[in-house]
Every structure is written in C-alpha cells, then in structure tokens.
Write a protein that binds this ligand. Sequence first.
Ligand SMILES: CC(=O)N[C@H]1[C@@H](OP(=O)(O)OP(=O)(O)OC[C@H]2O[C@@H](n3ccc(=O)[nH]c3=O)[C@H](O)[C@@H]2O)O[C@H](CO)[C@@H](O)[C@@H]1O
Ligand SMILES: C=C(OP(=O)(O)O)C(=O)O
Length: 481
Amino acid sequence: MHFCIPDHLKMIPDVPSSDSEPRPFAHHTDSLTSNTPNLDLRPTNREVHLRIEGGRRLHGEVTLKASKNAAVALLCASLLNYGVTKFPNFPRIEEVTRMIEVLESIGVKITWWENNTLELRRPKKLMLENLDEEAARKTRSVLMLIGPLMRDHVEFDIPYAGGCKLGERTVKPHQYALEEFGVSITAADNRYIVKVDKKAPGEMTLYESGNTVTNNTILAAACMPEATFIQAASCDYMVQDLCYFLQGIGVEIEGIGTPVLHIRGLSRIKRNIEYTPTEDPIEAMFFISAAVTTDSEITIKRVPFRWISLELMKLKKMGLRYTMSSPYKAANGYVDLADLTIHRHEGKLSALPDKLHPNIWPGLNPDSLPYFVPIAGVATGRTLIHDWIYERRAIYYAELSKLGIRVELLDQHRVHVRGPNELVKANMTCPPALRPASLLLIGMLAANGMSVLRNIYVINRGYEDLAARLNMLGASIEVFS
Ligand SMILES: CC(=O)N[C@H]1[C@@H](OP(=O)(O)OP(=O)(O)OC[C@H]2O[C@@H](n3ccc(=O)[nH]c3=O)[C@H](O)[C@@H]2O)O[C@H](CO)[C@@H](O)[C@@H]1O
Ligand SMILES: C=C(OP(=O)(O)O)C(=O)O
C-alpha cells in the first residue's frame, strides 16, 4: 500500500494562512450564499440576514433538533443499505441539504415526509460520475463517502471537502485509516482519487481520535465481513448515533461510547430501517449560552445531558443554577434525555480560576467551548479559554469585542475574557465558521438596541430555523434578504 500525495496537497487549506496570497484549493468554500430562513430548502442565491432587537429576556421552552454532525454521518451510512432507510426527525439544515444534493446527484432517491422524516433509497448502481461538485465542496462530510463507497467501487474520486474555515484541517487521519482497508488516496486537480484493493485490517489504531475519521473507519469496517478492532476511536455523540444506526442494519458493534470498537460488518446489507437520530448536545449549548448571556430563564427540552455533563459541571461551578427533569429515552431507545431549565443568574456568575479547554468526549466538547465565550463575558472576573483543537477558531472569538465583551487574543489558540460587560449593538457579518458565527447572534440577543447580522448561511448549516425558535422564546428577530 502506498500514498503518493505531494506534500503541499496533504492538508485541506480551508483558510489561507497568515499570508494573504490565495493558496491552492483555498477557494472552494468561499461563496456560501445559498440559503433560506425557513423550511423551504431549495437553494437560492440570496444572502439572508438577521435584524435583532436585543436586550430582551428570553422565556418559555424550546425543543432540540437532531445534530448536524450525526445527520451527515447517517446520510453517508445510508449508502450501505440496499433497503429503504428512513430517518424521522431529521434536521432540515443547509448541511443536510448539501449532502442530499450530493446523494441525489449520484442516483439516490430522497423524499421528505411529514415529521421531518427523510427517506432514502439507493439505486443498485451509483452514478458517481454525476456527483454534484458544487454541493460537495461546501461540506467536509463528503469525506465520509469514501468509507461506504469502497465497498462496491474500485476507483472513484471526490472533490476536496469544505466545511467551517477554522485553519488547516488535516485529512491524513482519513488516509491512514482507510489505507488499512486497502484504500489508496492521491490528490490531483482539487480532488481525491481513491483506489481500492480491499483487505481486512484486523486490528488498527487511528492516527487521531477525530470524529469524522472515526465514522469513516466505522463505515469501512461495516463493509467487511471480517472483524475489525479500532483503537483510539472517538466516542463522541455523532459516533454513537452512527453506531446505533449501523446495529439496526445488522452490523455487529461492541464498545460504543468507548475508544475501542470491535466491528463485524456485512458484505451486503438490505434492510428496511427507521432510525431517529438523537437530539443535538451542541444545540443545547447554544440555547444555554443564549439564556445565560441574556440572563434569562428557559427550559430546553430533550437534552442528551450526558453528552454535555462536563459543560454543565463547569457552569455549576461558575454559579449557574439549573434544574433537570427525570431522564427519559430518546426516540431511538438508546440515549437518556432530560428537560433542562436554566435559571436566571442575576449577575452572580464568577469566572472559573482554571482554564477552559476542549477534549475528546467525555471531555468538554470542542464545539461546546465557543459557547463559554459570551458566558464568560457576563461572569465576574477573567476567564482563560484555550481552544487548542483548531488552528484559527479562537481568532473569531475576538469579534465579540465589537459587541462590548472584553476579549483579548493572547495567541491564535487562547483568549482572556473579562467580565461582566454591558453588551452593545453592532452591525456585523458572519465569519465563515458555524459556532463562532452563532456567538455573534447570542451577543446581539443580549445587546440593547437593533443589531444586524449579515449572511447567516453558515449558521443555517448547522441549526434549523433559529430565528423563529428564538422568537418563540421572546426574542425579536427579523429575517431579511
Ligand atoms: C461533521 C462533524 O462531525 N464535524 C465535527 C468533527 O469534525 P472533524 O472530525 O472533521 O474534525 P477534524 O478532523 O478537522 O478535527 C478537528 C481538529 O482537531 C484536531 N484533532 C482531532 C482529534 C485528535 O485526537 N487530535 C487532534 O488534534 C485535528 O487535527 C483538527 O485540527 O469534529 C470537530 C471536533 O470535535 C467538530 O468541531 C466538528 O463539528
Ligand atoms: C466545525 C464544524 O463543522 P464541520 O466539521 O462541518 O466543518 C462545526 O460543526 O462546528
């Protein structure tokens, strides 16, 4: 097995680094402009913006949707199944729409039914030559097509992946993992050329415990009738959701929720399956952060609380009061949920003396961390936030200073946030990264007066109908284009 990837092509340079010269392939996620504010998911070329009359307290209840990150993995996994796959309560978000465009372009028949149930029927033969490149380049999740496609295809290519612009994001872990299954990946002309000479890896270790690489590896292992042991797997929520679905179509998996997975797949799968993805722990963090930053009391329904248990503990130590209902099961029957009420803090939160940093689950989720920035902005004292995971995400946190939060960028990974602050209105454009963009929305909800947030495509990539759902909680947000 060999890779022949030239050094300069080994990473996806999704953001030109400190030099301002365009870098090769840096353009492919630039024009994220098609969006709609509601459930009409036909692509348009209009940019959509928000006008937010801030400074209102939120109140009432909001119910979580399923996560982007499980949804995209499940869409890729549906290719393994020649039967009918149905996903009730599927999130109607831009990222899902892009992946649907990709799957439809290669021949998958896809229908939305009521209750946001998405039905997928793959054809006998996929038309990979018709793959919708424009849609594919807007998401990083297309990388997870390689795992399922290697089952039936000996050679194919996929365009370079996009996703949030958070600095360089390596694809080497995907290459090294799939190499174990006899897959070679080379890069040329903005695409990955994939050649398959299938073999069973037996025991293997992941180069990084990343989420999408773990899912890609699981999908590859699910195609193999032989047993695969995967060490250093991510055991985060989207991996667990994928595993539960795969069990439903007959793949044997042991070790779900741990870093060691034992998988025995099937060379052909034909089952009619209905699997409901779990509610999104990161959307829960969005609403928690919105409640705390606006000093509001709200109830967030259907929270997969064990996936954010460390986040809740940190908040408790900052002085936040919250109450939780008795646990109950998610619709898929696996994950425990609870209704979480965040109580008003009335300005009594304190900064934690120790740094906040993300880790692989059960650590503090990398996508939860950003939501502590506005929270730290209303707590008394100085908080150190260390975002080691991405090369350039912390830089976006400094944008919150335009809304009156004192954020000092110490280096590209660390910020000091000093609080409490009186937030002020602003007119801003979303940065090209989902969680950092949604922080601006949270800040604007808390800032007195009329703020404008421009081009919210990136927020709609991951969250469904946020403006309407926040308005149900008493916010005043107008969507305009
Ligand atoms: C579709 C999906 O599920 N996307 C999520 C997934 O992206 P995804 O799994 O694609 O994340 P990446 O592979 O880009 O990893 C994120 C960053 O963490 C670094 N890294 C990761 C694992 C590790 O053990 N060591 C390490 O250093 C990587 O080098 C990279 O810089 O995980 C990210 C990190 O939780 C989340 O922000 C994304 O929302
Ligand atoms: C980084 C993220 O997404 P993606 O992996 O799709 O770029 C995110 O969801 O915060």
